[in-house]
Write a protein of this length. Structure first.
Length: 266
């Protein structure tokens, strides 16, 4: 498996500094948080996008994906959501990134069936532009669709290769879904896996990998047993928890921890 980390853990850090961290600590790739407060976002011009792609290529580090904030199941008109996702797809294409992350965002003001239908309709529309761009749109296990079973209801309806799933191990755990069940649901659609650690369901402050409550060993055991050989991306949510320890000092121990788990899993 390949290891990446999200720039959510080092908010606002320049591209050269992100690349330095990746190279120094042995990470194969980086997930770029696409937000105006970050160096890489949908407002970048073509020259700037080309410069970012060239910098990653020169460093030998892959851009795993563009982590956007579009909510494909949220109530309202389809147009703004489709435009937002298409802008993320275009950014990923220009950067040479294979994936775009979106959220479900179904909310509480509609039924689960209506949220599923909304997300499936929009993603079905978006699948063609994603295919043309050579980018996969991944729905993260998150908020209204926290478990693999939740996300699979949508993806099974869409039925297009360019629309898949991102497994966030915290949210499936919070949804009381076992790693075995999550993988069984998402395996036909799985793009990559976000790993992290927290103290408890009531305290989601990010912790060093292996020091919290999340079943990381079980997750990696399932992935290894099933022969899955994709990306593990550490999403350390420093942006939302200012008192959390700085990520740079945790990167190498985190990679070593994941490597040990994979070795034990065979």
């Amino acid at each position: 498996m390949k290891f990446a980390f999200s720039t959510l853990g080092v908010p606002g850090l320049s591209v050269p500094d992100v690349l330095r961290l990746a190279v120094e600590h042995g990470y194969h790739g980086v997930e770029l948080r696409a937000h105006p407060e970050e160096p890489v976002h949908t407002g970048l011009g073509l020259v700037e996008r080309a410069d970012v792609a060239a910098a990653f290529k020169a460093a030998g580090v892959e851009i795993l994906g563009v982590a956007g904030y579009a909510r494909v199941a949220e109530p309202g008109e389809d147009g703004p959501v489709i435009d937002e996702v298409n802008s993320l797809v275009s950014l990923a294409r220009d950067l040479g990134a294979p994936f775009v992350r979106v959220f479900p965002g179904g909310g509480t003001e509609q039924s689960a069936a209506d949220a599923d239908a909304t997300a499936a309709r929009r993603l079905g529309t978006l699948a063609r532009s994603a295919a043309d761009a050579g980018v996969r749109i991944l729905v993260e296990t998150h908020d209204s669709h926290r478990t693999g079973a939740d996300v699979t209801r949508v993806l099974g309806t869409v039925g297009h290769r360019q629309v898949g799933a991102l497994w966030d191990v915290m949210h499936t755990w919070l949804g009381d879904e076992s790693p075995v069940d999550t993988f069984a649901a998402l395996s036909p659609y799985l793009g990559y896996v976000q790993v992290k650690d927290i103290a408890s369901a009531d305290d989601k402050t990010p912790l060093a990998l292996g020091t919290g409550a999340l079943p990381l060993a079980e997750c990696l055991e399932v992935l290894s047993a099933e022969g899955w050989d994709g990306w593990l991306c550490w999403e350390y949510e420093k942006r939302w928890y200012e008192d959390a320890a700085p990520l740079p000092g945790l990167l190498e121990p985190g990679r070593e921890y994941l490597s040990r788990l994979l070795s034990r899993s065979g």
